[in-house]
Ligand binder design. Structure first.
Ligand SMILES: [Zn+2]
Length: 135
């Protein structure tokens, strides 16, 4: 990675394209197994519970809580130099599954386990990257 390399941009795959399409519309979605009702995130080709491939992409509230987090104080590349320090958190969605994201619009020193958060989006290349902010 060079000094001028931009932040990485997710590249949608056939499995993740519906997720990214929904993000473009400002809608957070996760997968629901139509056979056993298991909810899962990130998008996969099979249900993690029953291995069915009968999966639907369903809208969720975009609300969650911080299960755990870290504060990154050293930029991983020059592209992140202006961002440090920033919080990287594991968010437990209100519907159950977890997703990893940054906590934006908040002093990272205020982030704590159990903190209520809600979805927000960060334009990143061709995608709207789901991030979270205080609820
Ligand atoms: Zn299933």
């Amino acid at each position: 990675m060079t000094e001028s390399a931009p932040k990485p941009v997710p590249r949608p795959s056939p499995e993740t394209q519906p997720f990214w399409d929904a993000c473009e519309r400002g809608e957070l979605t996760i997968q629901r197994c139509e056979d056993c009702q298991n909810l899962q995130h990130y998008p996969r080709v099979r249900c993690t519970s029953c291995r069915s491939d009968n999966l639907a992409q369903v809208a969720v509230s975009g609300l969650g809580t911080v299960r755990t987090f870290t504060i990154n104080r050293v930029p991983v590349s020059a592209a992140y130099a202006a961002d440090v320090p920033y919080a990287v958190a594991l968010i437990e969605l209100a519907e159950g599954p977890c997703m990893m994201a940054n906590i934006l619009h908040c002093d990272p020193e205020r982030v704590h386990i159990g903190m209520a958060v809600q979805i927000t989006y960060e334009p990143r290349g061709e995608v709207q990257l789901p991030q979270f902010k205080p609820a």
